[in-house]
Design a protein around this ligand. Sequence first.
Ligand code: HEC
Length: 130
Amino acid sequence: MRNIRNFSIPVLLIAVFGFMLMGSNMPENEDKKSDMPENIKAIVDKSCMGCHNSDSRSEKAKAKLNFTTFSELEDVKKIKTLRDIVEVLDEKKMPPEKFLKMHPEKGLTEKEELELKEWAQKEAKAVLNK
Ligand code: HEC
């Protein structure tokens, strides 16, 4: 009887700490995902990710905007980047024209452009009002 009790207390402690750790990690992971809804992720994957990711060969594009690490940006930088996204979309600067000539299928439809812009505006406001 004593043996069982000695054994089960550490096991119980490990289980409790395990659940506490899981509990504290889970909302964080969910937050990161909720930064970008699925439809926005799909648009970015198709039209932007090729150049704006951690493995991009374009240092310039990566330095200006890296979607791989976007969710980890501090608030001020995130807001600035979101505003830049709205701006380049308004000005039809992104994706670049040259790139679209070679890959017309990666262009944004009007609906996608609007969705991406609305997401960036909403997200910037959400970070601002946090
Ligand atoms: C073919 C590669 C390529 C694709 C695809 C691409 N970009 Fe870019 N992007 C660049 C490069 C290169 C720069 C840096 C331009 C410069 O510094 O003049 C840039 C710069 C930017 C900037 C910073 C602008 C500034 O003036 O600071 C934003 C924001 C941006 N891109 C958003 C996007 C979005 C949103 C998409 C998808 C809709 C996209 N890009 C798709 C290559 C790309």
